[in-house]
Ligand binder design. Structure first.
Ligand code: 6AU
Length: 361
């Protein structure tokens, strides 16, 4: 970690003012509003479980990370499918969607994988990531694809079928209710509650306007209050370091990620890394870090956490945020395998936020 880079001591609300990428500025504000620097890695196996989990854990997180290709029953319909339902939950609870696709290929191929094909990731994921082993041109290719997509939707007539905002109880076999939504948020110092607004079925959608304001005038969508809809910009995280044992990413590779990020500040939001990588005076990239777990409740909270036996290694939020300077911790099994994922997510949110407050003093 670069010692005492100014961003390590700056509150997220301050970093929101100086970040280059519009989505980073938005995300820093959202973190401040929700008092959360937690990303849920929603690695479940069915679309129904994914939507139920997103609805239940949404209040505690600022980013929900998907691996769409491990979800069975993913509905690819661009108007009513799983991506659209997830986007409605993101609006309701106030989180961004990060598809952990780890793109790596020649530029032309990644452009097509990102914008087309079955999943049309760019349509529903605010953020995705790339391994730049293939070279920095790949980042330029993805940046171009994102810019073209944004320019195109500026003129597109959108036909939006009102799917409403799904709640856990509405999903097939959805016996798990969203009984935690809105719970004790005020006592945690977070601002806001849920409001209802309406939807329309067809309209022009200017790229720089909040999607919801233009496409929803009749119906019953829900939107998280206290902050506007995220901007239509898409963002990339560079996979600069990995959490797995024996990872082959070298220091030179990580440095190439830093250079690529600086060259594409309008598209690269930051990194998936194990430590903070901001080092130049005006670097203000955001860091998200997987390989995060808390010891079970009742045990020494900063104690050692065993790996998963398949190469994954874990650190506590306190170590990753306070000591190594990351901004957002990514937690998967630590939350989804808990007896009660919403309350475990709250435990992670509290500890991670406390670690951030300790860092910025
Ligand atoms: O908390 P876990 O171990 O259950 O899940 C960690 C999640 C998984 C991994 O695919 C992902 O984080 N991940 C990544 C990402 C986000 O790119 C990089 C890495 O170095 N390690 C890692 O675990 O979905």
């Amino acid at each position: 970690m670069s010692d005492r880079h100014p961003t390590l001591l700056q509150p997220y609300s301050e970093r929101a003012k100086t970040a280059t990428h519009p989505l980073s500025r938005y995300l820093f504000r959202l973190m401040d509003l929700k008092a959360s620097n937690l990303c849920l890695s929603a690695d479940v196996t069915t679309a129904r479980e994914l939507l139920v989990l997103a609805d239940r854990v949404g209040p505690s997180i600022v980013v929900l990370k998907t691996h769409y290709d491990l979800i069975s029953g993913w509905d690819y319909n661009p108007q009513t499918g799983t991506g659209v339902k997830l986007a409605a939950l993101a609006r309701k609870h106030g989180f961004l969607i990060f598809e952990d696709r780890k793109f790596v290929d020649i530029g032309k191929t990644v452009q097509m994988q990102y914008t087309a094909g079955t999943a049309r990731i760019i349509e529903w994921a605010h953020i995705t990531n790339a391994n730049i082993d293939a070279g920095k041109d790949m980042v330029r290719a993805m940046a171009e694809a994102a810019a073209n997509w944004k320019a195109r939707i500026h003129y597109e007539v959108k036909t939006s079928v009102s799917v409403g905002t799904p709640v856990a109880g509405q999903f097939e076999d959805g016996e798990e209710q969203n009984d935690n939504a809105g719970d004790d948020r005020d006592s945690d110092g977070r601002k806001g509650s849920i409001v209802s607004i309406t939807t329309v079925t067809q309209s022009f959608e200017p790229a720089d306007s909040p999607r919801l304001a233009k496409t929803n005038e009749h119906g019953d969508e829900l939107v998280y209050p206290g902050i506007e809809e995220p901007p239509m910009d898409r963002g990339l995280l560079l996979l600069a370091q990995m959490s797995s044992k024996g990872c082959l990413m070298t220091k030179d590779y990580t440095q190439a990620c830093v250079e690529a990020a600086r060259e594409h500040k309008d598209f690269v939001m930051g990194y998936v890394a194990q430590e903070a990588l901001n080092s130049a005076p005006d670097d203000n990239f955001i860091h998200m870090t997987p390989g995060c777990k808390l010891p079970p409740p009742g045990q020494e909270e900063n104690g050692h956490v065993e790996g998963d036996g398949l190469g994954q290694q874990y650190n506590t939020p306190a170590k990753l945020i306070t000591l190594l300077g990351t901004d957002i911790v990514i937690v998967g099994r630590g939350i989804i395998q808990a007896a009660d994922p919403p309350s475990e997510a709250e435990r992670y949110r509290r500890k991670s936020w406390k670690a951030y407050l300790t860092r910025v003093g």
